[in-house]
Ligand binder design. Structure first.
Ligand code: S3P
Length: 430
């Protein structure tokens, strides 16, 4: 695909069914591989990240058959994974590496896991440290980075309060807790997405939550399940943002995941004037889903900080890029985690938006993107640095600019939403 050129204007009209949620897909696949019997997962994510998880699970011995729209995974039971013959490759996926580190910590064999250049730069001490405390031998390059070398087994449960709010770290510890002696508890001071807790329960594990403490009982018998993955809300947000800024837009997104630990972004958009409607919400397999309807609306802008940040972490690039389409701009604080994502998202986004003429101030923990008063965006050639969410955020910002924008290396969108550019095109033509 290489570059993508976005012409501004038009309206977003029609309806769309989104690919399966990336976060939930990883978890269902991992737990299906640890369960006994054959699980069926409908609407498994098309994201390249979730393919990386499947590749690693195959290497660990799970049998996986893929048919369009569904996957069958025959699990090996808690003690049935085999030693990989080669280094596991998590590609660009932090979730794959961190969550599988938790599983590998519970295995009596030695293994190693690596990833692409971006993933090899990202911090792994946050999983190395707690998994060591549970009894695993685990080493990273320079103490903090992949490749990780892991020799597990003989874990003991522990009570752990992660220093950074991270669903991946919480999940790594809870997954290791499946193999530990005694109960494992993770204490969160800031709530993060709870898909792991919900999925563990679906597969038969005993997980209790009280306040911010999540406890897992060891050695459950995990049973194969038939599960349906909701549409990916984090992918939906790019299309929702496009519909909010393009005049005369009207879009319906079907079966979007609305888990309350993820849906805060919709509350935020409504709070700044976004015209969103969710007529009804259904529960399925422990998760919530519903249709979301959006119409173009004037946006006031606003500030995001504190506990909101963890619940909207993946949506912050898109929200920031909406800044020039709001009255007061968008300001984000307490989001230093954005600097250690697939790219330094604060710097990459600020750089791209500035090239398009936005007025942006960078802070160590966030950024401020000025509103409409700072002038209209203009088309430019921008480089998202291989970061999928920046590529899509800049593409949406380009829709309301003056002149064409070229996004370099736009194929990186496939890491989470391979259908993004095609879907955008279709919804603008309808
Ligand atoms: C994810 C957790 C978040 C998020 C990532 C997916 C998950 O990462 O940014 O895209 O599926 O658990 P952190 O755990 O690093 O906050």
């Amino acid at each position: 695909m290489g570059k993508q050129t976005i012409s501004p204007g038009g309206a977003i009209e029609g309806s769309v069914e989104l690919p399966g949620d990336k976060s939930i897909s990883h978890r269902y696949a991992i737990l299906a591989a640890l369960a006994e019997g054959s699980s069926e997962i409908v609407n498994y994510a098309t994201a390249a990240d979730c393919r990386s998880t499947l590749d690693c699970l195959r290497e660990l011995g799970a049998a996986i058959e893929a048919a369009p729209g569904r996957l069958r995974i025959t699990g090996k039971g808690l003690d049935g994974l085999r030693q990989p013959r080669q280094t596991l490759d998590a590609g660009n996926s932090g979730s794959t590496m961190r969550m599988l580190a938790g599983v590998l910590a519970g295995q009596a064999f030695a293994s190693s896991i690596t990833g692409d250049e971006s993933l090899r730069r990202r911090p792994m001490r946050r999983v190395i440290e707690p998994l060591r405390r549970m009894g695993a031998e685990i080493r990273g390059r320079d103490g903090d980075c992949a490749p990780l070398e892991i020799r597990g087994g003989h874990l003991h449960g522990m009570d752990y309060a992660p220093p950074v709010p991270s669903a991946q770290v919480k999940s790594a510890v809870l997954l290791a807790g499946l193999f530990a002696e005694g109960i494992t508890t993770v204490r969160e001071s800031i709530r993060t997405r709870d898909h792991t807790e919900l999925a563990l329960r679906e597969f038969g594990a005993v997980v209790e939550t009280a306040g911010g403490a999540i406890s897992i009982q060891p050695r459950p018998k995990l049973v194969a399940r038939q599960l349906q993955v909701p549409g990916d809300l984090s992918a939906a947000v790019f299309l929702i943002a496009a519909a909010l800024i393009l005049p005369n837009s009207s879009l319906t997104l079907h079966n979007v995941g609305l888990n309350p630990t993820r849906a805060r972004v919709l509350d935020f958009l409504i709070s700044i004037g976004g015209s969103l409607r969710i007529p009804s919400v259904k529960a399925r397999d422990g998760e919530l889903t519903g249709d979301v309807s959006v119409r173009q609306a004037p946006l006031a802008g606003g500030r995001i900080a504190g506990a909101q940040v963890a619940e909207m972490i993946d949506e912050l690039p898109m929200l920031a890029a909406l800044g020039p389409y709001t009255e007061q701009g968008i300001e984000i604080h307490d989001a230093q985690e954005l600097r250690v994502k697939e790219s330094d998202r604060i710097a990459t986004l600020a750089g791209g938006l500035r090239l398009m003429g936005a007025r942006v101030e960078e802070f160590p923990d966030g950024l401020r993107v000025e509103g409409r008063g700072a002038g209209k965006l203009r088309g430019a050639t921008v480089d998202p640095q291989g970061d999928h969410r920046i590529a899509m955020a800049l593409a949406v910002a380009a829709l309301g600019a003056e002149g064409k924008t070229t996004i370099r290396g736009a194929e990186c969108a496939g890491v989470s939403f391979p259908e993004f550019f095609e879907t955008l095109k279709r919804l603008r033509e309808d």
